[in-house]
Ligand binder design. Structure first.
Ligand SMILES: [Zn+2]
Length: 479
C-alpha cells in the first residue's frame, strides 16, 4: 500500500508545486494585509460572537438517524435538537460531494464557484482532469474569516487540496491530487491524508505534528473497527472483508480528522472549527443492502445480515459519540452545527449482488435531503417537541438551502454577507434576539481583484504535470 499512497516520483514535483503555490499566495496575503487590510473592518474581538464547531458529516441520512433517535442511541444529536434547531437542508444537483461541499462553503451555486463534479470535462489528460482547491473561483468561508482576522481551523473539508493559507490550521481532503489510477477508473477518488505528501497541512511547520495524529489513529483502528463491526476483523467472511477493505480508508481518515480536532479544540481560542467525517457516506454506499434488505430483490443471507446490518447504525452512533467528545472538550459556550451534504437511499435494488465486481460494491446512493442540527449561543431554540415517536423524514422542517450555509455562518460570526452570494442568512437558524442585536450586514463581494488574479495564476500552475515544471523552470520561476 505504501507505494500506492506515496508516489515517489511525484514527491519532488509536489514539493515544487507547493513552494511555487505558496510564495505568490503568501505575498498576496501580506500585501493584502498591508494595503487593503485597513479598509476591511476588523471584527475580531467582539464579545458576544459565538465560537462555532461545524461537523461536516458526509451522506448523513435522516432515515437512518430517526430510528436511532427514537431508540435513544444518538444522545448528543438529540440534545442538540432539544436545545436548538434541526431539520432538512435542500442539497443541489448534481448531488456529488465536491460540488455540494463547495456550495456550502461559498454560499454560491456551481456556475459561480466552478466545481461541478470530481472531474473536469475540460481537464485534458492525466492529473489535470481532477478538480482541486485552486479551481474554486470564489472565496470560501475560511478565506473570508481570515480576511476579518478570525481564527478558523478547517479539518478535511472536501476539495481543499492543496491547502490555503488561513488564520488557523487547515488539513486538506486530498482527493484532488490526480493520481493516475483514479483518473483512469470511473471510481471516485478517495480523499484522505497521504503520508509524506506536501500541500496537505497549513501551516507547513505543523505537518509533522498532524501526521503524528495519522499514525496514532492507525494504532486506534482495531478498536474502532471492533466498535463498528462488533467483532474482530479476522472473523469477517469474504464479502464482509471485501466491503471492509473498500471502506477502511474512510474510517481511518475520520479517526485522524477527529484526533486533530480534539488537539486543536484544547489548544487555544478559535472562532470556527470544521471537522469533516466521510465514513457515514462510505458505509452508506457499501452497506445499504444490509441495512435495508427489504428494498432489494436479492437480499443478503441471514448470516450476512447478522454480521453486517449493524455497520451503518454503529457508525452513526460513533459519529454521535465524536460530537459528544468534542462538546465535552469545548463546553456549552460553543455553538454546535451538524451538516450533511446529502442523504442516502438504496441503489441497485433489482440486481444480484456480485461483490467481485467493484461497481456492484455500491448499494446506497445520494439524495438531495441533507441533515442539519444547530444549538448554542446565537442559535434559535425551536419550540418543537423533542419526542421522536412517529416523526418521519417528511415531517421534518426544511430550514433552507445548501447556499445558505455560508451566509448563516458569516451572520452568526458578525461578518458581512456577500451580495454576490446566492444564499441568505437563515432566520430559521439564527436566534431572533441575536439577529436584532447583530442584523446581517452586506458587502458587494469578498472576492478582491488581487485574490481572483492570484487564483487564476495558481490554477494554471497546479495540476502537477512534469512538463509544466520544465516550462516554469525555463521561465526562471525555479532555481
Ligand atoms: Zn457518496
Amino acid at each position: 500500500m505504501a507505494s500506492l499512497e506515496q508516489p515517489s516520483a511525484g514527491n519532488t514535483v509536489q514539493t515544487l508545486i507547493y513552494k511555487l503555490w505558496f510564495t505568490p499566495l503568501m505575498a498576496a496575503l501580506l500585501i493584502g494585509a498591508l494595503l487593503g487590510g485597513c479598509s476591511r473592518e476588523k471584527s475580531a474581538g467582539a464579545t458576544d460572537r459565538p465560537r462555532i464547531v461545524l461537523f461536516a458529516v458526509d451522506g448523513f441520512e435522516w432515515d437512518v438517524a430517526l430510528p436511532l433517535l427514537r431508540e435513544g442511541r444518538l444522545p448528543h444529536l438529540a440534545a442538540l435538537a432539544e436545545r436548538g434547531v434541526y431539520g432538512r437542508i435542500r442539497s443541489i444537483v448534481p448531488t456529488v460531494s465536491p460540488a455540494v461541499w463547495t456550495t456550502a462553503a461559498t454560499g454560491k451555486g456551481i456556475e459561480k464557484h466552478g466545481i461541478y463534479h470530481f472531474r473536469r470535462r475540460d481537464g485534458g489528460p492525466g492529473a489535470e482532469s481532477l478538480f482541486n482547491s485552486t479551481h474554486r473561483k470564489t472565496k470560501a468561508f475560511w478565506n473570508i474569516l481570515t480576511d476579518y482576522g478570525l481564527r478558523i481551523h478547517s479539518i478535511g473539508w472536501f476539495l481543499t487540496y492543496p491547502v490555503e493559507p488561513i488564520n488557523g490550521v487547515m488539513i486538506s481532503h486530498a482527493q484532488g491530487i490526480g493520481k493516475p489510477e483514479w483518473v483512469k477508473t470511473k471510481r471516485s477518488p478517495e480523499g484522505k491524508l497521504i503520508e509524506g505528501m506536501k500541500g496537505q497541512v497549513w501551516p507547513v511547520e505543523r505537518e509533522r505534528e498532524m501526521f503524528d495524529c495519522l499514525r496514532r489513529s492507525d494504532e486506534k483502528m482495531p478498536e474502532l473497527i471492533e466498535t463498528i463491526f462488533g467483532e474482530r476483523l479476522d472473523s469477517l467472511d469474504e464479502v464482509g472483508s471485501r466491503l471492509f477493505r473498500a471502506s477502511r480508508w474512510a474510517f481511518r481518515n475520520d479517526e485522524t480528522y477527529v484526533a486533530i480536532a480534539e488537539k486543536l479544540a484544547v489548544e487555544g481560542p478559535f472562532d470556527l472549527m470544521t471537522v469533516y467525517m466521510g465514513g457515514t457516506d462510505v458505509a452508506g454506499h457499501r452497506f445499504w443492502r444490509y441495512y435495508r434488505p427489504d428494498r432489494y430483490d436479492h437480499p443478503p443471507s441471514e448470516g450476512e445480515l447478522k454480521k453486517l446490518a449493524r455497520i451503518i447504525p454503529s457508525y452513526y452512533v460513533h459519529v454521535d459519540d465524536v460530537i459528544g467528545r468534542l462538546e465535552t472538550l469545548l463546553g456549552d459556550s460553543t455553538t454546535v452545527v451538524v451538516l450533511s451534504d446529502h442523504g442516502m437511499r438504496s441503489a441497485q435494488e433489482t440486481s444480484r449482488f456480485e461483490p467481485a465486481d467493484p461497481s456492484k460494491l455500491v448499494s446506497g446512493r445520494h439524495t438531495t435531503n441533507a441533515v442539519f442540527f444547530a444549538a448554542g449561543p446565537a442559535v434559535r431554540r425551536a419550540a418543537r417537541s423533542a419526542s421522536w415517536d412517529g416523526v418521519e423524514v417528511d415531517d421534518l422542517p426544511v430550514l433552507g438551502d445548501m447556499v445558505d450555509i455560508t451566509p448563516t455562518l458569516l451572520s452568526l460570526l458578525q461578518i458581512p454577507v456577500g451580495r454576490d452570494m446566492d444564499g441568505k442568512a437563515l432566520d430559521t437558524v439564527i436566534d431572533p434576539a441575536y439577529a436584532r442585536q447583530h442584523p446581517t450586514r452586506f458587502i458587494d463581494t469578498h472576492d478582491t481583484k488581487e485574490w481572483l488574479e492570484m487564483r487564476r495564476a495558481a490554477a494554471k500552475i497546479l495540476p502537477g504535470r512534469e512538463e509544466r515544471w520544465e516550462e516554469l523552470r525555463a521561465l526562471g520561476y525555479l532555481d
